[in-house]
Ligand binder design. Sequence first.
Ligand SMILES: Cc1cc2nc3c(=O)[nH]c(=O)nc-3n(C[C@H](O)[C@H](O)[C@H](O)COP(=O)(O)O)c2cc1C
Length: 351
Amino acid sequence: MIDLRESWRIGTVEVPTRLVLAPMAGVSVQAFRRQGRRYGAGLVCSEMVSCAGIEHRNEKTLGYLRVAADEHPLAIQLFGSDARSMADAARMVEAVGADLVDVNFGCPVKKVTKTGAGAHLLEDPDLACRIVESIASAVDIPVTVKVRRGVQNGSRAALELGPRLVEAGVASITFHPRSAQQMYTGTADHALTAELVALVDVPVVASGDVTSRARAQAVLATTGAEAVMVGRGAQGNPWALREIVDGDTAEPTRAEVAAELVLFVRETVRELGARRASGFLKKFYGWYLGGGRFPKEFKQELLQLDSTDEVERRLLAAAPGAYEIVERLEAEVPSGAEVTLELPVSIYGGG
Ligand SMILES: Cc1cc2nc3c(=O)[nH]c(=O)nc-3n(C[C@H](O)[C@H](O)[C@H](O)COP(=O)(O)O)c2cc1C
């Protein structure tokens, strides 16, 4: 049995467990990443950040570059198709304190691929390699990539691209063995992950359909990957991470679920501001409270509320004992001044 509590390395960066929390657009806020770290993820990643947005100093984009003190090791993921601006953006990623800069060569969404970025680069290996080379020569932190198997169903493009990306300078490859065309349908074909592992001499992280310890063990054992990545399985369910890393199968109590959600709401309000957080958080209510944890009507009630203060009040009222857990968590988790939530001023100044 592989010990998921074993550390491994990406270049100079030590990753304390073999579980990586997936980058997910619209999900991977600081609260998600910090919670992931607490429940056993050895590495967390920002959602994909637009290189063009950074170049134009778009304020919302720059917000994605905030790194908290207790998130390390942390990767910030960039997407874009221009080698020079990707290198400039990577310098910014390094300046804000990320441990790794990750490049997205897997996003299947039209809005991204039509700009020549994301999964589109799986079909333009020369440009993909130029982007990696350009970033690797611009920063000292390790450069990593996240790829899908290819664009079309059945494609094996990643197997040709992988070794070339390593030559171009990547220190690790995360592999999601679905095609872009598949989006999230079908299953991740980890037989292909085993093939990639055999072809490259950098650590490979296996992504796709890992939701349990049994599955994580099977994927690690059959592919030779260094670590597994968990995405959808962790949405509203940090306990899945604990089960995967430690084999702790205890279901959370209602008080624990409510307390984690309250903390999540508080941290997200702090990060995004109350107005943006209110809409952003709604999908999390379903994720946390579903699966029989709370009655459906209670979830519906929360979805009707626009005030996150009111959401918090109802959660605490519905789950006796939650308040004490929140107090304890807040005492354990550094917050406020101990955590870097603001960007270095020079970033806003354009430096
Ligand atoms: C809502 C959502 C957003 C995602 N956003 C990103 C992203 O920004 N960057 C990326 O590399 N992958 C992204 N992914 C893909 C995941 O990182 C992961 O590879 C994929 O979901 C398969 O893993 P899973 O079965 O554990 O969810 C996203 C997936 C989902 C479901």
